[in-house]
Write a protein that binds this ligand. Structure first.
Ligand code: GDP
Ligand code: MG
Length: 298
């Protein structure tokens, strides 16, 4: 889509924060209309902010989907927290996302308190409003009305009320030319997207410990005339995890590869070929140099 250069065009950044599993990724995917962020029924699959770009003739909004806000248990989570506060203070508006069935939890309360120090317009969105709440909608509103400019009940899953979000945000977006070329769907580096899709493949394949001990590094990303070829290494923390990931006769790795190839082929609309390696990187979650290598730096 081409956007006319209009004098009253608006362009800005909106950050979505919320506890794990409230539907941040699902909502962003729906707002942007393309699958740019990773969703899963396991919390904490998104470690880095991912940009999705909403474009219409009057406005461009860049959404950042943040990883869940966790107490810094590992070095990695400490870094994520710093990234999150930096990101919030640069945003034009902040969306606090929670979900109706669980609200309010201690986690919600901590986030609301944390957001008070962010001097940015704040909107509260209560997702999963297709489900029953612990307290009534009126009680939820009363709890949030002091801290937020606007409160919306939506369902990212079935789309209810999601169309109210853009108009509610737009008034906080400053006038200015678009940050990104609107012919591009997103500036999201394709390598990073490939990395997340391969991780999603790992999450779908394995339960419990293994996915959380995994990181994916894209070694090469080449666009050839007829196909895209990606070479990637899956890091694990311990020798004992290696046979689990690889599986009998390589079937574990094959499933991850096939899943990621299908997703990326659909997304790229070009045949995408993936080659995977597995490498033991002892305690990578606690190693600053390893975190830097996968892009988790301050
Ligand atoms: P995130 O961790 O906050 O990014 O959450 P996700 O977007 O990955 O969603 C977590 C789970 O909640 C997934 O299983 C979604 O399908 C589900 N979910 C998301 N939005 C809704 C909703 O509006 N209603 C219901 N019932 N489920 C939802
Ligand atoms: Mg997510």
């Amino acid at each position: 889509m081409k956007i006319m250069k209009k004098a009253d065009f608006r362009s800005g950044y909106v950050v979505i924060v919320g506890k794990p599993n409230v539907g941040k990724s699902t909502l962003m995917n729906r707002l942007v209309g393309e699958k740019l962020s990773i969703t899963s029924d396991k919390p904490q699959t998104t470690r880095l902010s991912i940009k999705g770009i909403f474009n219409d003739p009057d406005c461009q909004i860049i959404f950042l989907d943040t990883p869940g806000f966790l107490k810094p248990r590992y070095e990695m989570q400490h870094r994520m927290l710093k990234q999150l506060t930096d990101t919030l203070n640069d945003a034009d508006a902040v969306i606090f996302l929670t979900d109706k069935p669980s609200f309010p939890t201690d986690y919600d309360n901590e986030l609301i308190t944390m957001l008070k120090s962010v001097k940015r317009p704040r909107l509260a969105i209560i997702n999963k409003s297709d489900l029953q709440g612990k307290i009534t909608d009126l009680e939820i509103r009363e709890r949030l009305t002091q801290e937020f400019e606007e409160i919306l009940f939506v369902s990212a899953k079935n789309g209810d009320n999601v169309d109210k979000i853009i108009p509610a945000i737009t008034k906080f977006i400053p006038f200015g030319p678009p940050f990104y070329d609107t012919d591009q769907l997103s500036d999201l580096p394709m390598r990073f997207f490939a990395q997340e899709v391969i991780r999603e493949g790992v999450f779908r394949q394995f339960s419990q410990e293994v996915p959380y001990a995994t990181a994916v590094l894209i070694d090469r990303y080449t666009e050839q005339s007829d196909k895209i070829v990606i070479e990637a290494t899956i890091w694990i923390e311990r020798d004992s995890q290696k046979p689990i990931i690889i599986g009998k006769n390589g079937t574990g790795l094959k499933k991850i590869r096939e899943y990621a190839e299908k997703q990326l082929t659909d997304f790229n609309q070009a045949p995408t070929e993936i080659h995977l390696w597995v490498k033991v990187k002892k305690n990578w979650r606690k190693s600053p140099s390893a975190l830097k290598e996968i892009g988790l730096t301050d």
